[in-house]
Ligand binder design. Structure first.
Ligand code: GLU
Ligand code: MG
Length: 454
């Protein structure tokens, strides 16, 4: 990514000039809240500097707006108070239609970071990694279903999973998507028709954690703009059509210490170093605790089924698509180098909190010298119950209530990420569970098919 400018005083003026020259009239600043929904304020270009320095007002309930437009109040998040939404100038990108976008963070009136701000939380985790001498890169995959503007399924026949057919059927949309992403400085790595009917996927290049999460928000905005221009919407629901495959939001990451990779060149399996193994061990050990950040929405559980490549089994393995943690080896076929893919994440998660949880577990694993659990080389679904027990592999929970109760009661999650993000997440997800109690699974999926769309 080529940033327009770095974040200092003169950089604001420079960015202003460049945006003006690019025909920008409006600047949109976004944050993603505990529900995984994207909230925004916009200003005319003339107010760019104010948006960066003083920010725009945002009520504390921004943290806990829910997927149905409600508010999940907590003891500390009430109608009283105000925060400031400040854009990060370094992340500014030009969008089609005279608009520009930048990621934003939420601050208290006195300038302190708002403790429930997800981008701030990830920035803190990234800071802890750097302080401890580690450099992380994160790469995101985006899966989505193209649907009608009201969320209904589109008619397309026939659909070939991973087929060339889908690429041709939707070639005009895909070509415009590619151009719009390129124009915004976001080069995608690959694009394909996915397994589900009218489901597509593209992946973004690895980048430092906050910057990489920012690009997911930008990419989802661009998908939304281009889909609308083609008379469609994109569903980022984890389970848009229950009973079929869902949307994942897999995150890949790699770690280096002083420039030396932790996932290759070591003496463990597949060249994994002792520290790399400890990072993976920390993730496997802590995954159930933080699942509420990765697969916590009321629709997340219906995606997490064995046989759907959503990584429903708690284990790791080389190129194992049924493992929640898939290891990708170094080699000629892997130009980015060895990395770890956390497959269970879905797009209803707050992308910043999901990265924060994964990386914080990795760092905690390294600090605690976690052991690397035994690798599971095959599909755990092909093992008998007894064999799975012997191999210490189990299915992750797919119960929204259990996942969120575990998060609420997790001293690990609270220690690593703080009470504020845990409490906000628990509040919005329990609110979703109350709505769901009144609906059948199909009604629930239909009602919230566009809840995480931008
Ligand atoms: N759609 C699957 C999921 O829900 C992932 C398919 C794949 O491996 O790309 O995670
Ligand atoms: Mg995929």
């Amino acid at each position: 990514m080529t940033p327009i400018a770095s974040a200092d005083e003169s950089a604001v003026a420079k960015a202003h000039r460049e945006l003006e020259a690019a025909g920008v009239r409006t600047v949109i600043g976004t944050v993603v809240n505990a529900s995984g929904i994207t909230l925004a304020k916009s200003v005319p270009l003339a107010r760019l500097k104010i948006f960066h320095e003083s920010g725009m007002g945002a009520a504390p309930v921004w943290h806990v707006f829910t997927i149905d437009g409600g508010i999940a109040f907590t003891d500390s998040i009430t109608t009283v108070g105000d925060m400031r939404l400040k854009i990060d100038i370094a992340g500014l990108r030009v969008l089609p239609g005279g608009r520009a976008w930048a990621p934003a963070r939420l601050f208290e009136q006195d300038g302190a970071a708002s403790p429930a701000c997800a981008r701030g939380c990830l920035a803190d985790v990234e800071g802890s990694l750097v302080e401890a001498g580690y450099q992380a890169l994160v790469g995101h995959e985006l899966e989505f279903f193209l649907v009608a503007p009201d969320g209904a399924a589109l008619e397309t026949a026939p659909w070939v999973p991973y087929g060339a057919t889908g690429l041709l059927d939707r070639s005009e949309f895909l070509d415009d998507l590619l151009s719009a992403l390129n124009q915004a400085g976001l080069p995608l790595e690959q694009l394909h028709a996915e397994y589900g009917r009218n489901q597509f996927e593209f992946s973004l290049p690895p980048a430092p954690p906050v910057q990489s999460a920012d690009t997911v928000v930008l990419a989802r905005i661009i998908v939304g703009i281009v889909a609308r221009a083609h008379g469609m919407m994109a569903s980022f629901s984890p389970s848009p059509f229950p009973g079929s495959v869902g949307n994942g939001a897999h995150q890949h990451f790699s770690l280096r210490r002083n420039g030396v990779p932790l996932f290759s060149g070591g003496s463990g399996p597949h060249g994994i170093s002792a520290e790399g193994g400890a990072a993976i061990g920390g993730i496997i050990a802590g995954l159930p605790d933080v699942q509420g950040f990765l697969t916590g929405s009321v629709l997340s559980g219906s995606r997490l089924a064995p046989g759907t490549w959503s990584g429903a089994y708690l284990c790791w393995g080389l190129e194992n698509r049924e493992a929640s943690v898939r290891f990708l080896n170094e080699g000629q076929g892997n130009p980015h180098g060895a990395n770890v893919e956390v497959k269970i994440v879905d797009p209803s998660a707050n992308v910043y909190l999901a990265s924060a949880a994964i990386l914080a577990l990795a760092l905690d694993g390294i600090r605690g010298k976690s052991g690397l659990p035994a690798e599971i080389p095959g599909d755990p679904g092909r093992l008998s119950e007894n064999e799975r027990h012997q191999a210490n592999v189990r299915l992750l929970s797919n119960s929204p209530a259990a996942i969120i109760d575990t998060l609420d009661n997790s001293s690990l999650a609270r220690r690593l990420l703080g009470d504020a993000v845990v409490d906000a997440t628990v509040a919005v997800r329990r609110y979703e569970q109350r709505i769901a109690a009144e609906l059948t699974p199909d009604e629930l999926a239909e009602r919230f098919r566009l809840a995480w769309s931008i």
